[in-house]
Design a protein around this ligand. Structure first.
Ligand code: SAH
Length: 453
């Protein structure tokens, strides 16, 4: 029996999908954040559930050979980089294990990771950052990150995963707020003005977009803010006020007002140029995205007679890449701004064999198939919650020869592979791509082939 607050010794054996070290105490599973496989630690139990417990490490008596020094001063409080204390090669092994474990437990397939595409840069790879702004208990305005598993804001002005310019942006917004007495939004009372800073940079173009999310359409002294922000870098091409008066903690509200510049940024991926709006999804690790898309296209292998259906297409990045090889590409995406970007991107890159539809995949994909579309290859790249049975069922009915499933969540991928395996497909190859070094997140690309019946 394990008791809360008691202290035990534990050997850490593995790392869970959410980045915690895992060990056993008297046969009982215990999760310990910020430990590494091979650590011998003394831990204090903080929470006991029916079949597992959480503990915090008090002392690492024998450190694992996989450990390394951490260069981020916020590591312990933030929790975002749950693997930063582990050497990079071992991080890749851990991620491979997370994928294989999901395949074994959930998918019911023999397919296992064949290849892991690691990153050349472990730091400064993120092209997008979101910094919440709020008030400290002493009433001062703070900007930084949410403390692990809470909505308290820990002040910070540099995240090692983001670009260096972010610190100057945070400092500038905080000075503007102080100088002109502009309040921070308070999640509890739902009052106050500035909610978040959102930054995005085109890694190959260098262009920067800054979005200030506020609980109002009328930002006081907005020209003083834009002038101060513009002086940070001449690469800033867009400053946007995002009006977010909603009482939810959604990152962005629906309405954008351009305060400076063109309102978008441009970036290049796999030889094509993309225009990106604030609401559009764009992969956050540029170098790894190029590897991801190349591998996805290798698996999809469209020929010049093939129609490719790209579901959850965002601004059409994979679609336009596939369009260069295929006869025709159809993209499906739910965010209207992203579809506008996709159409513009097709036009600007001179791609004439693509069509884009804005709708929920679970309604649109069955409709396309009923209407008689016969995709030869389907690519799908859903959000973390994965796809759904209506979409997957419609894909299976259309009977494409190949399905390429790009996923950022091994658990929902494995669930969807199981469904597709029961509906005529066989997972043949799976490749892991480390889009998010130092965190527990991992991307995968799976090739599913139509079974001969
Ligand atoms: N393939 C793109 C985008 C992948 S992210 C790229 O590589 O950039 C997943 C995308 O799915 C997001 O753009 C999101 O807006 C979209 N999405 C989420 N739910 C959806 C749904 N139910 N139907 C269609 N698209 C959806």
């Amino acid at each position: 029996m394990i008791n809360k607050n008691e202290i035990y010794n534990i050997s850490i054996e593995s790392v869970s999908s959410d980045g915690n070290g895992v060990g056993k105490i008297d046969g009982f599973t215990v999760f310990v954040p910020q430990t590494a496989p091979g650590d011998e630690a003394s831990v204090q139990i903080v929470k006991v559930q029916k079949s597992y417990a959480y503990a915090k490490a008090l002392e690492i008596a024998v450190p694992s050979k996989h450990r390394r020094a951490v260069s981020c001063p916020y590591f312990e409080k933030c929790g975002g980089c749950s693997l930063m204390h582990i050497k990079y090669d071992e991080q890749l092994e851990i991620k491979k294990g997370i994928i294989n474990n999901a395949l074994l437990r959930i998918a019911g397939t023999d397919c296992r990771v064949g290849e892991m595409l690691g990153a050349d840069n472990e730091y400064r790879y993120r092209n997008k950052m979101i910094f919440p702004i709020g008030q400290n208990s002493d009433g001062s305005t703070v900007c930084g990150f949410y403390r692990s598993r809470s909505h308290d804001i820990v002040p910070m002005n540099d995240c090692l995963l983001g670009s260096e310019f972010n610190g100057a942006v945070i400092d500038t917004v905080l000075s503007y707020m102080k100088k002109y007495n502009v309040s921070a939004y308070d999640e509890k009372t739902q009052r106050g003005t500035i909610r978040r800073i959102f930054t995005r940079v085109g890694k190959s173009s260098g262009e920067i977009m800054l979005v200030i999310s506020a609980n109002t359409e009328k930002l006081p002294k907005k020209e003083c803010l834009t002038d101060a922000l513009c002086s940070i870098s001449d690469k800033i091409v867009s400053i946007i006020l995002n009006v977010n008066t909603k009482k939810t903690n959604l990152v962005l509200g629906d309405k954008n007002k351009v305060l400076f510049g063109k309102g978008t940024i441009t970036d290049e991926l796999c030889g094509a140029e993309y225009e990106i709006s604030p609401h559009s999804f764009f992969q956050i690790n540029h170098a790894q995205t190029e590897k991801l898309y190349k591998k996805a296209l290798e698996y999809a292998a469209p020929s010049e007679n093939d129609t490719v259906l790209d579901i959850y297409c965002g601004i059409g990045t994979i679609s336009l890449f596939a369009a260069r090889k295929a006869k025709r590409v159809i993209g499906v995406e739910i965010v209207p701004e992203a579809i506008c970007d996709a159409k513009k991107n097709a036009e600007e890159n001179g791609i004439e064999n693509s069509e884009f539809f804005c709708a929920d995949a679970e309604r649109l994909v069955p409709w396309l198939i009923e209407r008689g579309e016969k995709p030869d290859v389907v690519i799908l790249d859903p959000p973390r919650k994965g796809s759904d049975e209506k979409t997957l069922n419609a894909i299976a009915c259309a009977a494409p020869k190949r399905i390429v499933y790009v996923s950022c969540n091994p658990a929902t991928l494995a669930r969807d592979i199981k469904f597709l395996s029961e509906n005529g497909y066989c997972a043949e190859k799976i490749c892991g791509v480390d889009m998010f070094p130092n965190t527990n997140h991992v991307e995968t690309i799976t090739l599913l082939q139509k079974r001969n019946t």
